[in-house]
Design a protein around this ligand. Sequence first.
Ligand code: M6R
Length: 366
Amino acid sequence: EKAGFRHFMQKEIYEQPRAVTDTLRGKYSLEESLIRLPELDEISGALKDASRIHIVACGTSWHAGLVGKFLLEKFAGVPVEVDIASEYRYRDTILDENVIFLAITQSGETADTLAAMRMAKKKGCSTLAICNVLGSSVSREADGVIYTHAGPEIGVASTKAFTTQITCLYMLGIYLGQIRNTMNEKSRSEYIHSLLGVPEQMEYVLNKDSEIENIAKDFKDYKDFLFLGRHLNYPVALEGALKLKEISYIHAEGYPAGEMKHGPIALIDENMPVFTLATKSRVYDKIVSNIEEVKARDGIVIATVTENDTHLADKCDAVISIPGTSEEVSVFLNTVVTQFFAYHCARLLGNDVDQPRNLAKSVTVE
Ligand code: M6R
C-alpha cells in the first residue's frame, strides 16, 4: 500500500500535486472567473456580512491558518485572527454572531479544536470547517465544510493535509472576495490561474528530491536549526521547524525573520544552521539582509531561492532553487522543500518516520 515508496510520508509528499488537483476539482469556473463553494450556501449570508473571522486549529493546521490570514485579508478585506485551539477556548474570547469561526483540522477529531468550535457556536457564531475526513465530529457539527481531498493521511507528520488546507483557504479567500465584492474579475482570474498552476510547479519541486537528500546528508548531524521566513512564508518556516522536530528529533525553531534581531540572533554560530525561505517576494530585500546578518556572524545558511538567483546562491552554504511564482504559490513550493528536508534527515538518522515517538495521528484527548 506504500506503492513502492519507503514510507507513507514519502508517498504522501509525492501525492501532493494530485491532492491539490482533487481539492480544486469542480470548484472553479474559468469562464466566469469564479470559485464555486455550494457547500457554503447555507451560511453565505453570514459570510457576506461577517465583521471578523477567527481561524482556530492545532499544530500543522494552525500553520495553515496563519497562511490563511494573509489570503483572506488580502482577497476579502476582512480582519482575521488565528489562534491555537487550546488557547482560544480558555480565554475570555470576544465572540458574537458577526464572527465566523473557522476550524481547520485534518482529522476532524482534535479535542481542543472541536471544543473551541462548540464554544463559538454557543456564542452565536456561524461555524465553518476545513477538514479531510468525511463524517468526522468537526465536519458533522460545522455549519459548512470545505473538504480537503487529500485522501487518507497515514504518516503522523502532516504533509498533503497542509497543502490542501492552504488550497481550500486560497479558494475561500477568492470566494469571499466574490461575495463581499472586494475582488474584481480580472484579479480573480489571475489568482485562479495561478492556483491552478500549483500542481505542475509542485511536480517540479518533487524532482529536487535527491538534491535535497544530499543537503540533508550534510546537515543531519546538527543538533539545532533555525527556520526563517517572512510574510506568507513565515508560517512555512514554523511548519518546516515542526516537521524537523517531529520526525528527526532535531531541535528546530521557526521564526519570522524580522524577529531575528530581537533575540535569536544571539544564538547564531557555526553550530546552528539557519534554513531560510528566501524566494522572491515583496520582502525579498529584507530577507537578503537577514541572511547577510547571519553570515556576518559566521552562521551557516541553507536557503530556498528563486531560480537564477545567483546573488543569493553565492552568499549561502546550500541553496535549493524553485521556479519563480507569486508569493502565494511560493508557499506550496517552499513547503515541499522543507518536507523533503525533514523526511531525509529523519530517514538518514534511522528514525521511524511514519510513527515518531510520543506522537499520535489524531489528538483526541486534551
Ligand atoms: O487533525 P488535525 O489537523 O486537527 O491535527 C492537528 C495536529 O495534531 C497535527 O497537525 C499535528 O501537529 C501533526 N503531527 C503535524 O505534523
